[in-house]
Design a protein around this ligand. Sequence first.
Ligand code: ZN
Length: 179
Amino acid sequence: MVSSDISRECTELEKELQKYKLWANLVPSGSWGESLFRLMDRKEWDIVRKTAYAHYSHSCAICGQSGITLYGHEDWKYDYTKSIQQLNNILALCNLCHMCNHLGFAGIQASKGRLDYSELINHWCKINSTSKKEFKEHERIAFRLWTLRSRFEWKVVDASGSEISEKPSSSDILNGLWR
Ligand SMILES: [Zn+2]
């Protein structure tokens, strides 16, 4: 069991991050296996992400860009007192909004020359109408929250509250979203 001090700190850090329209909501390390993209059959995941693209009128759900390549993004919410990680949304996101949500992965991609990290920072600053200095602070808080979130043993559930199975179908995952 994680102490109530840690639960409280998580809640406070999350509140800090939620001030931003675009923020890094990092998935705890122990839950990586629960990535829907990995768990689902490719065909089923394709149905989920394409349903999300249509739901968001084929535009990025955060910055609103259209006519660009979209990515299906699993957005999770965390109950720190009950240790429940629940699917909050499937978002249609542009590449940079998606990378901002996966800052750890974005850093790795940048180190391999596959992503321009300064372009990511500029995008973040533009969407949030703020400074690069603030990006650094947001980054620090996001990774601190990620470290703390990784100490929990999460029960991972879908949007309707049912525990996620080993091979979820698209209808399992879409059930309970956008009601
Ligand atoms: Zn975007």
